[in-house]
Write a protein that binds this ligand. Structure first.
Ligand code: NAI
Length: 456
């Protein structure tokens, strides 16, 4: 499940050969390591206006050098372009042309982050055109970047400011190595209600425990015996959570190994069992008292063209991938064990966005996850709970290792980062959505797909 081509093409001789032959040259991505510096070179904060000034002040406070304009020849770790005050498309010219100078100076693994407002939040056509224009421009920049650099956007909803904790939380995630395979995406943020930060997190912050944003939280991860689920369990545990690893009895041995590795507990059950949610609540209630985080990761594929589809294939995929999530969420939301600051994260897929030949059942289930989180988010609106989805693209797992070799090579190279993602990339995004830093992110679908060209 490793992509040997990425390793090979990053040796000097092979790099020269690949360049001469016009072959893809994917970079080794900058991924998070505990204690990493957010930026080792200056960060450009482009854009004029109070929002840009205030944000530059905040970033300065992180012990990072900040520039308000590009200095010729000076390398940059990141460029943050603040466009929250854009009133017409003409306002985009100066800051985006400055960004154009900055991208040439980005270090490998550099970051571009745009900060703008939602086009839906205005009825003024020129302002809406400017805001929507930022979307198109940043997605294009993401396609143009090389060297493992990414470009993403933060969209401020309502009156949210550039320095609101939810804006800062999303910005720190996008600047860090945790977002290595998130590219060409927009995360909407809202100002955070005061009670969205749990007592545990407040106490942890007060004690100054860094890098453990989920300390004291209890997290359930379904489908945790292997693949992406096992990695999610590991990353949530690294961040301080007690993990309850859930999987079918047939995967019991692997499940026990994962639970031991993360010092959590194993719970064998089939999530399509109507009592699954109740059993999870009993398990968590008895051992920990509160359920803080649920990651609905378990999923299956039963691919067939719709013309050849049988009921067993269709129904099993719907049952595991979406109906189980709906029923379990109902059971969690009706229970006092589910925390008032609880987080639910569902696994969707880019197949549910773009569709995929042979996957009408799977795409229906994964698009269903997105529909579910958007509807539930509206019910959570104004409270401290959130529900979001992560839509992985091509991730290097047992599932994608089964794709025929040539198709697999093509699928890997079809993203702006020219490679598949790793389970850790999905896990880091989920850990972010589970943390207080994402308290202002609700009802979102964050793609972890390296800006896959299919359905981008
Ligand atoms: P995987 O097949 O390696 O692991 C899935 C796990 O879910 C297995 O341990 C399996 O035993 C468990 N599971 C299946 N049915 C279950 C049930 N009824 N009750 C309890 N557990 C059950 O899958 P992978 O690749 O790790 O994917 C994880 C999630 O990410 C899935 O929802 C998948 O659809 C999604 N995804 C994966 C992508 C990839 O490239 N691998 C791309 C997009 C989405």
């Amino acid at each position: 499940m490793t992509d040997r081509y990425v390793e090979l093409v990053n040796t000097p001789l092979a790099a020269r050969l690949a360049k001469a032959l016009g072959l893809p040259r994917p970079s080794v991505l900058r991924r998070y390591t505990p204690g990493e510096a957010l930026a080792t070179r200056p960060v450009l904060v482009a854009g004029s206006g109070a929002g840009a000034d205030a944000l530059a002040e905040v970033i300065l406070g992180w012990d990072v050098e900040v520039r308000r304009h590009v200095l010729p020849g000076e390398k940059l770790s990141a460029a943050v372009v603040v466009l929250d005050a854009a009133d017409s498309p003409a306002d985009l010219s100066a800051p985006l042309l400055e960004l154009g100078q900055a991208v040439k100076l980005l270090v490998p693994g550099g970051r571009v982050v745009g900060i703008s407002r939602a086009a839906e939040d205005t009825t003024d056509p020129a302002r809406a055109a400017a805001r929507q224009g930022i979307d198109g421009a940043l997605r294009s920049v993401a396609h143009e970047l090389r060297g493992g650099a990414t470009a993403n956007g933060i969209v401020l909803r309502g009156e949210t400011t550039t320095t609101d904790p939810s804006t800062i939380g999303a910005l720190r995630f996008l600047l860090s190595g945790k977002s290595a395979y998130v590219d060409g995406q927009f995360i909407e943020v809202r100002a955070v209600p005061e009670d969205s930060v749990s007592d545990v997190a407040a106490a942890t912050a007060a004690e100054g425990i860094p890098d453990r944003p989920l300390a004291g939280r209890t997290a359930v991860v379904t489908g945790a015996a292997r693949g992406i689920g096992a990695k999610i369990a590991e990353i949530l545990a690294r961040d301080g959570a007690h993990v309850i690893a859930v999987d079918v009895p047939a995967a019991g041995e692997q499940l026990a190994q994962v639970a031991n590795r993360v010092a959590g507990t194993a719970l064998q059950l089939d999530i399509t069992d109507p009592d699954a949610g109740t059993r999870i609540l009993e398990h968590v209630g008895q051992r920990y008292g509160t359920l803080d985080i649920v990651v609905h990761n378990a999923g299956i594929t039963r691919d067939k063209l719709l013309a050849n589809m049988d009921a067993a294939r269709w129904d099993s995929v719907i049952a595991v991938n979406i109906s189980s999530q709906l029923l379990m969420n109902e059971q969690f939301l009706a229970s006092p064990v589910f925390s008032p600051t609880g987080r639910i994260i569902g696994l969707a897929s880019t197949s549910g966005i773009a569709g995929n030949r042979g996957q009408s059942n799977y795409a229906a289930s994964k698009a269903g996850v997105m529909g579910m989180v958007r509807a539930q988010a509206a019910a959570f609106d104004g409270g401290a709970r959130t529900i979001n989805a992560v839509a992985p693209g091509f991730i290097e797992t047992d599932m994608t290792a089964k794709i025929p070799p040539l198709t697999r090579q093509v699928a890997r190279r079809l993203s702006s980062l020219q490679q598949g993602g790793l389970p850790v990339d999905v896990a880091e995004t989920i850990a972010f959505l589970a943390s207080d830093a994402a308290a202002g992110v609700n009802g979102q679908v964050v793609r972890v797909c390296g800006q896959n060209l299919v359905g981008a």
